[in-house]
Design a protein around this ligand. Structure first.
Ligand code: KG4
Ligand code: ZN
Length: 342
């Protein structure tokens, strides 16, 4: 096994509506993590407004980097490399973080490391708070379920930075389905946490919504489920019934969790994975976490809640392994708004 070098990485994440900076030591020990969320601003529009997001990043980026450095008790001179999210994400938002990272790397004479945002989500399971008990490191081959606002994928990770994409969604991402169904039910943005909250007081068996198993593949599909909820809502409204929002939310969530959990378990068995990893915003979902944590067949890595949604700690972790394994980026790299993981 190769011994990896010691290094402190400062990372920047600005792919969507969170401006974030973090400092990590040796890819795992988190020294600082600051996230400035724009959620309240975008909630007014019922979703992320790209132009507004870029301009908020411009306002937040310098204070966020300064706060992260202060929290880490380090100075810029102590940083060995600067990592940054290169994509996927909103182009105008990515540019802000990218330019800040390039400026820092150039000014400090340190390497720049471009990181894929989804790779970042995966590496959030390597992170722990410096000073805490070191949690077990994920072991390869690892079956990684990525569930975010823009992606739903199963990747077999055979080693650091080695991904084999087995399947992905044919239509909506899981998070997107949560957001769209929340809107349909009149629940607040972002939809995931709103559905979860409503579902906690609902009956998940009241409506038997369809599960798209897509048997024989590792792909997913959530648009049929979303349409089934829409038809149910229309039907109930036609009869002038008060919408049973809690039961609808619980039944919808149960269908999503059922498919994500079952297909991931099947893929892990089929590909002889040692362990399972769940990452991305939807991994914050309590029902999904419970499904994975209740089984004993595989050790499952799911990040703590603060690391499920967008943050820079995960970019710092992935950035460290890229840096340590010699994947340095030139200073003239562009952002990659649609950058698949594999
Ligand atoms: O990873 P993320 O923060 O951003 C992207 O990279 O897309 O994921 C955001 C997505 C949103 O669709 C949001 O509704 C969903 O994650 N999400 C949740 C929960 N918290 C966030 N979905 C279900 N349950 C949650 N508790
Ligand atoms: Zn994300």
């Amino acid at each position: 096994m190769t011994t990896l070098p010691s290094a402190r990485i400062l990372a920047i994440e600005s792919s969507c509506d969170e401006t974030a900076c973090a400092v990590i030591e040796n890819g795992r020990a988190l020294l600082a993590s600051v996230v400035a969320s724009q959620m309240e601003i975008h909630a007014r529009y019922g979703g992320v407004y790209p132009e507004v997001a870029s301009r908020q990043h411009v306002l937040s980026i310098v204070p966020v980097v300064e706060q992260a450095l202060a929290q880490s008790h380090l100075t810029l001179k102590d940083i060995d490399a600067v990592a940054v999210t290169r994509g996927p994400g909103l182009a105008g938002s990515l540019v802000v973080g990218m330019n800040m990272a390039k400026g820092l790397a150039l000014g400090l004479g340190r390497p720049l490391v471009g990181v894929n945002h989804l790779e970042g989500h995966i590496y959030s399971s390597w992170v722990y708070d410096a000073g805490e008990v070191v949690p077990p490191e994920p072991q390869f081959p690892l079956m990684a379920l990525l569930v975010s606002g823009g992606h739903t994928e199963l990747n077999l990770m055979t080693d650091h930075l080695e991904y084999q994409r087995l399947g992905s969604t044919l239509d909506d991402a899981a998070g997107e389905a949560f957001d769209k169904v929340a809107r349909l039910l009149g629940l607040a943005y972002p939809g995931g946490p709103s559905i979860q909250k409503a579902a906690e007081e609902g009956d998940p068996t009241r409506f038997s919504f369809p599960r798209a198993w897509l048997e024989g593949t590792d792909n997913f599909s959530f648009s049929g489920l979303k349409t089934a909820v829409l038809y149910e809502v229309r039907e109930l409204e036609k009869k002038r019934f008060t919408l049973p929002v809690h039961d609808l939310a619980a039944s919808f969530q149960a269908a999503v969790v059922d498919v994500l959990f079952t297909k991931t378990m099947e893929a892990a068995r089929e590909h002889q994975a040692k362990e399972i990893l769940v990452a991305g915003g939807v991994s914050a979902n309590r029902a999904l976490r419970k499904a994975f944590q209740s089984q004993t067949e595989f050790r499952v890595h799911i990040p703590p809640l603060a690391l499920c949604t967008d943050n820079a700690a995960m970019i710092a972790a992935a950035g460290y392994f890229r840096f340590a394994l010699g994947h340095i980026s030139p200073l003239d790299i562009d952002v990659q708004p649609t950058w698949p993981l594999s």
